[in-house]
Design a binder for this molecule. Sequence first.
Ligand SMILES: Nc1nc2c(ncn2[C@@H]2O[C@H](COP(=O)(O)OP(=O)(O)OP(=O)(O)O)[C@@H](O)[C@H]2O)c(=O)[nH]1
Ligand SMILES: [Zn+2]
Length: 212
Amino acid sequence: MNNDNNIPDRDEGTKGYQKIDRYDPELITNLSASYLDVLTQIGENPQREGLLKTPERIAKAMLYLTHGYDLDAKEILNSAMFKEEYSQMVIVKDIEVYSMCEHHMLPFFGKAHVAYIPNGYVVGLSKIPRVVDVFARRLQVQERLTNQIRDCIQETLNPIGVGVVVECRHLCMSMRGVQKQNSVTTTSAFTGEFLKEKTRTEFLNLISAKLS
Ligand SMILES: Nc1nc2c(ncn2[C@@H]2O[C@H](COP(=O)(O)OP(=O)(O)OP(=O)(O)O)[C@@H](O)[C@H]2O)c(=O)[nH]1
Ligand SMILES: [Zn+2]
């Protein structure tokens, strides 16, 4: 966090990030060696049968779970923008989110609800969950994830407004630490028309409505 409002800087999550080749066999070998060391350090026997392939499995899993660093969310949106005279709210709700907190590298997971009001252009619907994934598949804090989704859509599509709500459970709060099993964290981020109460209320009502 490095601005005056204590809001996580959306660029903080990629500061100093160096692009890697996630399929590089040498990288996988080195990372596996590190996880073998971790297994030893926690008192396990990495030579027992069940663990023989575990260091390599974790290495590959971690590379997958952080592959969002290498994707360009704006490029994804730009690839499927269509001119369309539709001026009502577009909402994609209940988008599954799987991410990892940057403090403990433990999963947090839940749902994102994303809305925008077009300004001459709409975007291919599948691109919105793809954008969510680009930012979720990194080491994150939920607040930054929420802001990054909002900013990417606002800056690329230039809509009349964007609304994002993310609801997640954090395993670092349930499996360990404070051990609260049922707490859910909700974050939200808005631009433009969604800063007005009427529009925001419509969005929040629509995402809580159940399909009959
Ligand atoms: N704001 C925010 N905090 C998070 C998120 N994920 C994890 N945290 C918190 O990050 C904090 C790190 O605090 P520390 O006191 O340094 O870590 P800790 O000693 O492991 O804290 P405890 O979890 O309370 O045991 C904890 O309060 C976590 O709950 C997130 O997405 N957003
Ligand atoms: Zn955590």
